[in-house]
Design a protein around this ligand. Structure first.
Ligand code: ADP
Ligand code: MG
Length: 388
């Protein structure tokens, strides 16, 4: 990466990358021990690293034009802040997992990315996982990808302070071209599910509404609290333990709002399982109704959608999309639509017109492709770089 040499004045020893992700289905199920089905996308964060002979770590991003410098001695998650906490938090989390870094020398790190920040495509997991895969490789830690996912999640939870699940990091690290990553957030078992979008002439359209509500963090915490309260009231350790057969009992035991939160989680787990099975049995054209049902459940039962997301989904469906739903934590962010060949331009124009007609901020619309997970980038190998 030329930018590394320009910034630090010498060549990096390697370049690694990790993708952002889109969640195909399974929203707010992760922290309830449930099922999610995300896929890695063709938007990535690249991490170029140079070796130092002292204990200093310098980290810089082409997006922030800022260089942050720390020492490997006494990395403290409470002292980390801002964007560099995503990177340095990973190094701290390694030590928190018992990896001994006392004999390691420092690093210079430069990050660059084409994952849009804060659009619900998990630029945060991309930056963490690019860092983790680079260090795992460079320092020969040989940690399995699932361990790296947990370490990145720990960095985000503790050093950044975002109470997120493990879905994003799992998708970024384990993703595979043309596949979704079915993740069971109770057992942490993963299974690659063929998506076959390209074979079936389907494009995944992302509609970023640019809506970002100030209460998003509070809303997320509030939904988590409702789920925990409901699980306790129903005598289960997590809502994963419930099936549709338990809903009648739940309705009697809980107030209406809490019951609807539970119904979303229970039915969403069911929809994820059915989506994975339908993809395997019948292909992606058979999952449209499940995606729409997921959106309706988030809109009416979990109440995390916003009018702009509903408009994006409704307009995409009216324009011929196979299925569509809001994706991510909610209260704004993006929707996805599975768009058959020949409908992309029509739907794009229809969504732009619908947003203009309602006076909403113009959304950004682009397509994503299910892509490989984190990896060492040979294509970007600089001439002086030697292979391990
Ligand atoms: P999302 O993960 O949906 O993109 P988050 O709020 O979780 O949104 O993470 C976005 C934050 O991650 C940014 O505000 C920034 O602090 C950090 N970040 C992600 N990628 C980069 C990057 N390439 N350079 C600097 N900071 C980044
Ligand atoms: Mg994020």
């Amino acid at each position: 990466m030329q930018a590394f040499a320009t910034h630090y004045g010498y060549e990096p020893v390697g370049v690694w990358s990790a993708p952002g992700r889109v969640n195909l289905i399974g929203e707010h199920t992760d922290y309830n021990g449930g099922l999610v089905l995300p896929f890695a996308i063709d938007r990535r964060t690249w991490c170029a690293v140079g070796d130092r002979d002292d204990r200093v770590v310098r980290v810089s991003s082409t997006l922030t034009h800022e260089t942050v410098q720390v020492s490997l001695d006494g990395l403290d998650p409470d002292q980390l802040s801002g964007w560099s906490a995503y990177v340095l938090g990973v190094i701290w989390a390694l030590t928190a997992e018992g990896i001994d870094l006392t004999s390691r020398s420092g690093l210079d790190i430069l990050l660059t990315s084409d994952v849009p920040l804060g659009a619900g495509l998990s630029s945060s997991a991309a930056i963490e996982c690019a860092t983790a895969i680079a260090i795992n490789d460079l320092w020969h830690l040989d940690l399995p990808l699932q361990d790296l996912a947990r370490i990145c999640q720990r960095a985000e939870n503790r050093a950044v302070g975002a109470p997120t699940g493990i879905m994003d990091q799992t998708a970024s690290l384990l993703g595979k071209a043309d596949h979704g990553v079915l993740l069971d957030c109770e057992s942490f078992a993963t299974e690659l599910v063929p998506l076959r979008f390209a074979d079936e002439g389907i494009t995944v359209m992302v509609i970023d509404t640019h809506v970002s509500h100030a209460h998003a963090t509070g809303g997320y915490a509030d939904r988590r609290a409702s789920c925990e309260k409901a699980a306790a009231a129903l005598g289960v350790t997590s809502l994963r333990a419930l099936t549709r057969a338990d809903l009648e009992r739940a309705e009697q035991a809980l107030d209406d709002e809490t019951f609807r939160r539970v119904r979303h989680i229970v039915t969403e787990n069911d929809r994820v399982a059915h989506t994975a099975a339908a993809l395997l049995d019948s292909g992606p054209r058979s999952i449209g109704a499940l995606l729409v049902a997921s959106h309706v459940s988030m809109r009416d039962d979990f109440e995390i959608s916003v009018p702009e997301l509903d408009l994006a989904v409704d307009t995409a469906i009216a324009g011929g999309a196979i299925g569509a739903r809001m994706t991510g934590g909610g209260f704004g962010g993006a929707a996805i639509a599975l768009v058959p060949a020949g409908h992309y331009d029509i739907i794009e124009r229809a969504v732009l017109a619908a947003f203009a007609a309602t006076g909403s901020t113009t959304p950004t619309i682009f397509s994503v492709t299910p892509s490989p997970g984190a990896r060492r980038e040979r294509a970007l190998t600089v001439p002086s770089m030697t292979e391990h």
